[in-house]
Design a binder for this molecule. Structure first.
Ligand code: NAD
Length: 484
């Protein structure tokens, strides 16, 4: 059985307590590898290694830090197939998606921040003829990076890249459900000659390995992506220690389709936004509001396009719907499908487990892409994050009404608005309470833009300059001008 190891001070090691956790392949429901069941002892060692590495790494010229990061990116790219396969087995996502989107985006994260650190400028403010203020930005020390299971390598590198580019060292705690690509990343960092201790990766459960990282006194910076409840636990646990926190959390994102939208693009993109990665992307649009005149035709086309999705073994090239990540998550999503029925919804597509899966996948965690209509806009299914392949479609009449409904959840991560009326696009985008609004598109990313959520979707922003600022501490130096 394959063993995943911690990466501490440049070495691949077991947990100090010798404990292991099972790692289940979602497509088969079977244990296929083991990961260390780490605890505070391993976190202690990892933080000590990161602390020791900090003076050397923060003093390393930016161009050299960038060279090593580019080398790591090149190695991942050269080994794309192994990473994509590992990602698919670990998460249940189709291998084509891992190969085309997730692994290349992880490579881009490393390259982007390797480039960014060589092109940053700091500010200067001249106070008339009295003084020159200039701003130094120094790395903050050891960063604690906690990431979820849905896009494991992409979201891990989204944090690691800006943290180490700016000269911090890091201790990462990837999700216990999907540790494999983090393990491959550790091997790649070692092979690329990343100095020991710059990046440490400790595997294990949130409560045993994640919690001691967040409260460690030598870790002043915490970047977390995951569920809102966990974000709240971390915020509470760190409240009196004045750490710098970025919390990227859940979403319940609206897709708003006006009757004048180009339906040839809107329908397939809304299907993609609903069911990519089995609906397990924080940015998925799981509430679709369609203007009444276009509603019936939209629903027909949406249901038909959903029926064209190919569900099957994630390792097959033709599959575009794989398994959800775990049995617990399967039960949660199926529970929401039952709730949709109780709340008065009609299931127009899916609603169950698929038939006709290959033998290998008989015990896997597969759920059909599910389309629900007829639900009230304010019911639980339309307000709570399901994070699975379940989408609700509702009609609306007026612009004000749909904005109110779109904003009716506690979340505010992203939205997608479809209209050919440019004034309306600006108006609606401005009024929807979310960190990102896509107009006539979904999931287009520019790594320079601020990324994050409003309300219970997040605190702080990642991406581009926001990330460089997050991982550094600004210091103003005020220099008096003049001779006396
Ligand atoms: P989760 O909150 O259960 O776990 C996330 C990470 O936190 C894991 O590594 C886990 O081990 C760790 N953790 C758990 N308890 C902890 C504790 N007490 N202290 C420290 N660490 C702890 O989330 P998940 O189920 O892995 O991911 C799904 C969630 O992530 C969804 O809500 C999704 O919307 C969200 N998400 C958000 C974004 C975003 O950018 N906003 C991106 C992807 C996923």
């Amino acid at each position: 059985m394959q063993r995943i190891l911690n990466y501490i001070d440049g070495e691949l090691v077991e947990a100090a307590n010798g404990g292991w956790l099972d790692n289940v392949e979602p497509a088969t429901g079977k244990v296929y590898s083991r990961l260390p069941d780490s605890d505070e002892t391993d976190i202690e060692k990892a933080v000590a290694a990161a602390k020791q590495a900090f003076p050397g790494w923060s003093g390393t010229p930016a161009v050299e830090r960038a060279r090593i990061m580019d080398d790591i990116a090149d190695r991942i790219e050269a080994d794309l197939e192994s990473f994509a396969r590992a990602e698919s087995i670990d998460t249940g996502k189709p291998i084509g998606l891992a190969r085309k989107v997730e692994i290349p985006r992880a490579v881009s994260n490393l390259r982007f921040f390797a480039g960014a650190i060589q092109h940053t400028a700091s500010e200067a403010h001249v106070t008339d003829d009295q003084a020159l203020n200039y701003t130094l930005r120094r790395p903050r020390g050891v960063a604690g990076l906690i990431s979820p299971w849905n896009l494991p390598l992409y979201l891990l590198t989204w944090k690691v890249a800006p943290a180490i580019a700016t000269g911090n060292t890091a201790v990462a705690k990837p999700s216990e459900l999907t540790p494999m690509t983090a393990h491959l990343l550790a091997q790649t960092c070692r092979d690329a000659g990343l100095p020991p201790g710059v990046l440490n990766i400790v595997h294990g459960l949130g409560a045993r390995a994640g919690a001691p990282l967040t409260t460690h006194p030598d870790v002043p910076t915490i970047s977390f992506t995951g569920g809102t409840a966990t974000g709240g636990t971390i915020a509470a646990a760190t409240a009196t220690s004045f750490k710098k926190l970025a919390l990227e959390m859940g979403g319940k994102n609206p897709t708003v389709v006006f009757a004048d939208a180009d339906m040839d693009v809107a329908v397939p993109t809304a299907v993609q936004a609903s069911f990519s990665n089995q609906g397990q992307i924080c940015l998925c649009g799981s509430r679709i509001f369609v203007q009444r005149d276009a509603y019936d035709a939209f629903v027909d086309r949406f249901v038909s396009a959903t029926g064209d999705l190919v569900q099957g073994d994630p390792l097959e090239e033709t599959t575009n719907q794989g398994a959800v990540v775990s049995k617990a998550h399967f039960d949660k999503v199926m529970g929401y499908i039952d709730l949709a029925k109780e709340e008065g919804g009609t299931i127009l597509a899916g609603g169950s487990t698929p038939s006709g899966l290959p033998d290998r996948c008989r015990e896997g965690f597969f759920i059909e892409p599910t389309v629900v209509t007829g639900l009230p806009h304010d019911c639980r299914v339309n307000r709570e994050e399901i994070f699975g392949p379940v989408t609700s479609i509702m009609p609306f009449d007026a612009e004000d009404e749909v904005i109110e409904w779109a904003n009716e959840t506690d979340y505010g991560l992203s939205a997608s608005v479809w209209t050919q009326d440019v004034s309306r696009a600006h108006r609606v985008a401005e009024r929807i309470a979310s960190g990102t609004v896509w107009v006539n598109c979904w999931l287009l990313r520019d790594l320079r833009v601020p990324f994050g959520g409003m309300k219970q979707s997040g605190v702080g922003r990642e991406g581009g300059d926001e990330a460089l600022r997050f991982f550094t501490e600004p210091k103003n130096v005020c220099l008096r001008l003049g001779s006396s």
